[in-house]
Ligand binder design. Structure first.
Ligand SMILES: C[S@@+](CC[C@H](N)C(=O)[O-])C[C@H]1O[C@@H](n2cnc3c(N)ncnc32)[C@H](O)[C@@H]1O
Length: 247
């Protein structure tokens, strides 16, 4: 029996050209367990962080919203409920994640939600389409954050807001290295237990090491031309929401 060739984690997350392929294969594999794993690895705090993101995004009646890297869609649905009459789009690279989002959409009969399969770096939307863009664990996955921010800015209307939740870099060096070690060990153990492959969730730690963190993302947002940029942190910076407005 032929075994499928395993992609090398470090080689792929370190490469702008190869990261997209790795992310799409990884999320295709973990999609059926994604919601459970997210709750488990965050000790149930993921829901609280996302609630905060949704409150801060302040989406309101009649607005048009986009949730990038929407995965199984929980942020998309929560935003859509606030739009009454407005439309919410969820965009993701991975069909298996979108299939679960679509099943949820059918169950909840969310008529103002549509899902799109596409890369954040090249979104199938006209310029100035959205009042608000949200992303939960989105920017850490893309091969080029500056390019993604330019693309997000393109699809936002003037005055439109971006809110991005992701793992962060605590300022304290010791805390930061302990946090990365925890993510490596816990992720490897869980990957081995569930998929027979330690790299499956070690992906989080390895992408976080290469991610500029909340202060780096804020600088990139300012460089990309966003105004009123800022950061809201949780737990001493282990998690953060970056935000800004398109002038
Ligand atoms: C950790 S999940 C986040 C899902 C959801 N936003 C949440 O908060 O639970 C990351 C998602 O990013 C998607 N993704 C990774 N790279 C992407 C890209 N370049 N364009 C669009 N989606 C991407 C993956 O398919 C995956 O569904």
């Amino acid at each position: 029996m032929r075994r499928r060739q395993k992609l090398n984690l470090i080689e792929h997350v370190s490469s702008k050209e190869k990261k997209l392929l790795y992310a799409s294969k990884l999320f295709q594999t973990i999609a059926p367990r994604y919601d459970f794993i997210t709750a488990f690895l965050s000790y149930g705090m993921d829901k609280r962080w996302k609630r905060r993101l949704i409150t801060m995004a302040g989406a309101s009646e009649g607005e048009t919203a986009l949730d990038i890297a929407c995965g199984t869609g929980d942020i998309t649905f929560a935003i859509a409920r606030r739009l009454s009459g407005g439309l919410a789009a969820g965009l993701d690279l991975t069909q298996a994640m979108l299939d679960i989002a679509e099943q949820k959409r059918k169950k909840t009969a969310a008529g103002n939600v549509a899902f799109h399969r596409a890369d954040i770096m090249r979104m199938p939307f006209a310029d100035e389409t959205f009042d608000c863009v949200t992303g939960g664990y989105a920017l850490r996955n893309v091969p080029d954050i500056a390019g993604a921010l330019a693309e997000i800015k393109r699809v936002l209307r003037p005055g439109g807001r971006l809110f991005s939740l992701d793992f962060g870099h605590p300022r304290n060096g010791l805390y930061r290295s302990l946090y990365l070690k925890y993510l490596t060990v816990a992720g490897s153990a869980l990957g081995l237990a569930l998929h027979g492959d330690a790299d499956t969730y070690r992906y989080i730690a390895e992408t976080l090491k290469r991610y500029p963190g909340q202060r780096g993302v804020m600088a990139l947002m300012t460089e990309a031309g966003f105004a009123q940029t800022g950061v809201h942190e949780f737990g001493g910076g282990i998690m953060a929401i970056n935000y800004g407005v398109k002038p």
